[in-house]
Design a protein around this ligand. Structure first.
Ligand SMILES: Cc1cc2nc3c(=O)[nH]c(=O)nc-3n(C[C@H](O)[C@H](O)[C@H](O)COP(=O)(O)OP(=O)(O)OC[C@H]3O[C@@H](n4cnc5c(N)ncnc54)[C@H](O)[C@@H]3O)c2cc1C
Length: 477
């Protein structure tokens, strides 16, 4: 009874906070990204419309000595899509489907197309994307430029599904790039953070859409590696997997649950292939997630609730396309002064429990407000120059709630650097699209190929036409 009253009071408090303020924390004269960190003034933002216009823009920037930053949905969080006084090329309206060959299982799209656009095109042909993020809102150009990954555990990171792309280079020429044409640009621009030119269009390999049966299981952090190796990876019918670590004080980074997507040959794809288009109960989920932001008590209640809700998905049937368009709206945060910021750590499979127990200590000491950790798997893939999976890795996606003030950010930076020290001690890496808390030394230790990456950048773009804060922060001297 008491618990119920407390829950109602907390929910009312959350509601009050939401009603009180709801406006974005962005100055209309400055530009930033999903992170809302480091807003700056840019020369102008140009919407990409047609190829000739893009070529003209690059030439104009060269002649006037301006820089160009390329932007998709701007969901990266470290100033990767803009630079002070430069031109921002917004590719989101450069989004046509150019060619679709169901028999060859390939599709060619303009780089501003989203995964949602692709799913809408290919779903009725019984095809699906091979590798993408958990959500379908991102652009293809932005996703291959960070070499994204998701719930699929069989196809590696995104670079594996790219056949070729065309690149508008700093000299104003468009080059066809593949594993055989300009291969050094292929491995640098995929995961190249927009620094090698504008990716105008991309040819991707597709997979069959399939039916999955979901199953959920409780597991603990110290057993997770063996559980995953023996029960998940060893079963070739399990195609997708995700796990969640508790951030509730009562079970902090010890309790977990896993969700597996197992091929279900008996189920008819036809019956389940209508694409989910609407998120349900967004308001209620928003409120509950906000409770998780506000207090340890809220975190315990939110985790308890997940323990009740997740088993309800047991034996649920879902198509691959629907499993790859998960809900995200309820996590959106739009109040001023604070934000939810992602960090992601890649840890070799056998190092998982050792790393998690060190991370637990650091986070408890630093008292950072951690809202969520999901765990995925990416198999070894060294093709991209800035590869984050130099061996088979678990990816721990951590969502923190952080103040945006200079003082608050300094605290987060110090805490995250301590976590990164542990990542490096466990032979791990971290993901580069997020807030640039890691130091230059930590970046260099995590990405030994970075020197070659920047050499190649300077060779292809000696005047630094394509510029962003990732380059500014991590090129070093
Ligand atoms: C809520 C949320 C969930 C996420 N989930 C996942 C996940 O499950 N898995 C995962 O791997 N990542 C995830 N991410 C990270 C996300 O995949 C990246 O931030 C991705 O870049 C977003 O795509 P975008 O269209 O917003 O790209 P942007 O952020 O706009 O751009 C990213 C980079 O690509 C460059 N770029 C964009 N378009 C082009 C182009 N046409 N040519 C050349 N360069 C270009 C930009 O310059 C920039 O450096 C998540 C991020 C958020 C905020």
């Amino acid at each position: 009874m008491k618990k119920g009253i407390a829950l109602c009071l907390l929910a009312a408090l959350c509601l009050f906070e939401y009603v009180r303020t709801g406006s974005p924390d962005q100055d209309p004269y400055l530009i930033t990204d999903y992170g809302k960190l480091h807003p700056v003034k840019v020369e102008r933002i140009v919407k990409g419309k047609e190829e000739r216009q893009l070529v003209g823009l690059v030439k104009e920037a060269r002649e006037k000595g301006l820089t160009v930053s390329v932007a998709g949905q701007r969901h990266s969080q470290g100033g990767h899509t803009y630079y002070e006084d430069g031109i921002v090329l917004d590719m989101t309206s450069y989004n046509k489907i150019l060619e679709f060959d169901p028999a060859a299982k390939t599709i060619r799209v303009q780089a501003g197309a989203t995964w949602g656009d692709i799913q809408n095109k290919i779903n009725s042909s019984g095809l699906a994307v091979k590798t993408m993020q958990s959500q379908n809102i991102f652009t293809v150009g932005g996703s291959i430029s960070i070499n994204a990954h998701g719930r699929d555990i069989r196809n590696g990171s995104m670079i594996g599904s790219v056949e070729s792309f065309r690149l508008l280079a700093p000299d104003g020429q468009i080059r066809q790039v593949s594993r055989t044409e300009h291969p050094d640009l292929f491995t640098a621009a995929l995961g190249g953070y927009g620094l090698f030119g504008v990716i105008t269009d991309v040819t991707l390999h597709l997979a069959e859409d399939e039916m999955y049966r979901m199953s959920t299981e409780a597991v603990t952090a110290d057993r997770y590696s063996s559980y995953f190796r023996e029960r998940v990876l060893a079963n070739p019918d399990i195609r997708m997997h995700i796990a969640r670590l508790s951030v509730a004080p009562e079970s902090f980074l010890t309790d977990m649950y896993a969700i597996n997507y197992t091929l279900d040959q008996a189920a008819s794809l036809r019956q389940y292939d209508a694409l989910n288009t609407r998120e349900t109960f967004v308001g209620v989920k928003k409120l509950l997630f906000h409770m998780n932001r506000l207090s340890g008590w809220g975190k315990n209640a939110y985790w308890d609730l997940q323990q009740k809700v997740v088993p309800m998905q047991q034996d649920k049937r879902i198509s691959r396309n629907n499993a790859m368009r998960s809900e995200s709206e309820f996590m959106e945060y739009r109040q001023p002064g604070k934000n939810d910021l992602l960090q992601e750590y890649f840890i070799p499979v056998n190092e998982f429990s050792g790393f998690v127990s060190e991370m637990r200590k650091v986070l408890q000491e630093e008292q950072l407000n951690l809202l969520n950790i999901t765990v995925r798997y990416v198999n070894e893939d060294r093709e991209a120059l800035l590869s984050y999976a130099r061996e088979d890795m678990f990816a721990l996606v951590c969502l923190f709630h952080a103040p945006l003030s200079a003082q608050g950010q300094a605290r987060y930076e110090a805490g995250i650097r301590r976590v990164i020290d542990e990542v490096l001690r466990h032979r791990g890496t971290y993901y580069l699209p997020y807030a640039p808390y890691p130091s230059l030394e930590q970046f260099r230790a995590a990405y030994p190929e970075q020197a070659e990456f920047f050499r190649r950048k300077d060779r292809y773009d000696p005047e630094g036409l394509f510029m962003n804060y990732f380059y500014a922060q991590y090129k070093g001297e």
